[in-house]
Structures are given as structure tokens and as C-alpha cells.
Write a protein that binds this ligand. Sequence first.
Ligand code: ADP
Ligand code: MG
Length: 345
Amino acid sequence: MPTPLSELGEFSLINRLTSEYKAQNESTIKGIGDDAAVLKNNADQVRLVTTDMLLEGVHFDLVYTPLKHLGYKAIVVNLSDIFAMNGRPEAVTVSLGISSKFSVEQIEELYSGIYAALEHYGVDLVGGDTCASQNGLVISVTCLGSAAKDEVVYRHGAQENDLICCSGNLGAAYMGLMLLEREKRIFLADPTPYFSPKFEEREYIIERQLRPEARGDIIEIMRNTGIHPTSMMDISDGLSSELHHICDNSQVGAVVYAERIPIDSETFAMAEELSIDPFTAALDGGEDYELLFTVPLKYYSAVEGIKGISIIGHITDKENGVKLILPNGSEQDISSGGWEAQKAL
Ligand code: ADP
Ligand code: MG
């Protein structure tokens, strides 16, 4: 009997396809299993490589996604994985599958967003591929970066008693998506050219969904402050899923305090309006592209003093599992079910 893909899910499928695989070249320092692959470059530096694909109908909906924003986001999601290794992004290739419903001007619009992101982050476009697609738009970006050899931060270095930190705030991109989907449903129920979606006082969460940024600024601040994380990854699938990745890879457990998870007031307001638990949005919502990292306890005051970084918990013994402490003091398991895995497969 053939096994349905839904039986495995995204991460189990990748694991099944690659767990027996061994890289053949000694230049491959870290292959599959982190935010980016790490390859030998020269005596001092390593090369970082990451790739991400965005598919129409799976990752974006052109009913409410401006093509310029989409181009910007396609670059940002890749740069985020290079920053998550504590690296510097340098160059990208952009490959497109384009269906005949698009005009030349629309693809130029997509590229205006790509160029805007490249300029903002100081990264070069160095190639790609262009093909016809039968089913909508496909954007596949590969990003190359570099890092000093001893600077690279993996998912596997978290140690017991380390502080768990994250940048920015969480759940905003997910609540932005929920609002966009709601307005789309309202529009489709009664399509009129005069339709005006209700986005007042929700601009921030919509921007977080449609045009995210990658946190190179946080990487730079930590470098300048002399803070070296023991482990790090970006939060693309949701905090709960990423915490499990760090804990599994580092062979540790974690305790996170719900009231310490940074959540923006617009996220709270939107969650309340849609009767969604804001903590669930922050834990399981995806696409915030913030950084999740661990630092030794000695950096407590240094990290606490940095605007835009929150200390949300600490690393424990593996036996403890991955736990959330609720505001009333009760404890519950954090499940690994992030949003992307459920959505993609
Ligand atoms: P991220 O969310 O950081 O982009 P993913 O969860 O997509 O990372 O992927 C996890 C790891 O599995 C990465 O190292 C990635 O390169 C690798 N990977 C994903 N899909 C495949 C595949 N089809 N073949 C080989 N490696 C893969
Ligand atoms: Mg990542």
C-alpha cells in the first residue's frame, strides 16, 4: 500500500528521505538539518547556502498579496535563514515558474519587490532560472552567505540553564493572515468593485504577513555587544515547532513563560476579535521571521538591555520536555505542531 504523504507530515518526510544520506565531501561541514548548509570556504570563513520556495495557493494568495510585497518576502525568507546561522547574506539566485495568466508588467512588479529587498539588505542577484508553469506562480530563491568559522551558530548548541530569547514579537504575521483571509471571504460572498477591506488599526499585522523583514539588525547588535548565542534558528513555522527543533538538536528540554512571550497590541486585539487565543497565535502561528536563540546565563543583563530582544524562558534537562508555564502558574507541554507543517502537507 502506498503511504499517503499526510501520514508523515513535512518534517518526517524530510527525515525519511535524508536520514540515511551521508555527504561525500569533507568540504560539507553541515548538510541537511539546520537553517542553512555550512560548507568549507577558506581557512577563516565558511560558506552558507539556503533555499526556500513559495508556491501560489500554498504560501501566498494573489487575491490579497501585492506582487511587489511578494517579491520582497521571497528574498527576506531566505536571508532570514542566513542570519539564523549568524551569517551575512551576500548573493541570491531567483528561479520562477510563471503561468500564462501573468503579464510582463506583473512579473516586473514582482521584481521591483525583489530589487527593493536586495538593496535594503545589500545582497546581489547573481542568476536564476525562468520556466513556464501550468499551475500558478512558483518562486524559488537560493541565498549564499558567509560567516567567520568560529562565528556560526547551529541549532544544536543549547546548554542546560541557557536563557531562551527571541527577537521582536510573535503571532502578528498569523493574525495578519487571519484578517486577510476574513476580508477575502467577505469579498467573495459579495464581490463588488467598491469593496473596501477593513484594515484600520491593523496595518502592522498585515505588514508582518505581507512584507516581513529579516532580523539582520539583531545579529549585528549581538555581534557588537559581544553576545554569542549557543544555538539559534529563525521562527518561520512557529515558536512551538522551533523550540522542539532546538531542543531535539541540542538534546535538552525547555521552560517558556507564556506571559514573557512578546505579543503586539494589534495581535492581541485581532485575536480577541476573532476569538483566537493570542498565545496560540504566538506559539503556533508561522511566518514571523524573528530569531529564536539561547545564550549562557552570564549574558542576562546584556541581553535584557537590548531593545527588541525578550528573554522568554530557559533550557532544562532533556527529561523535562518542552514546557509552557501559564500566567496562573500551571504547566503544560508545548506540542511540536507548528503551522507550516500542517499547512504544507
Ligand atoms: P527552514 O524552515 O529553516 O527553511 P526547513 O524546515 O524547510 O528549514 O528544512 C529543514 C532542513 O531540511 C533544512 O536543512 C533543509 O535544507 C532540509 N530539506 C528540506 N527539504 C529537503 C529536501 N527535499 N531534500 C533535502 N533536504 C531538504
Ligand atoms: Mg529557518
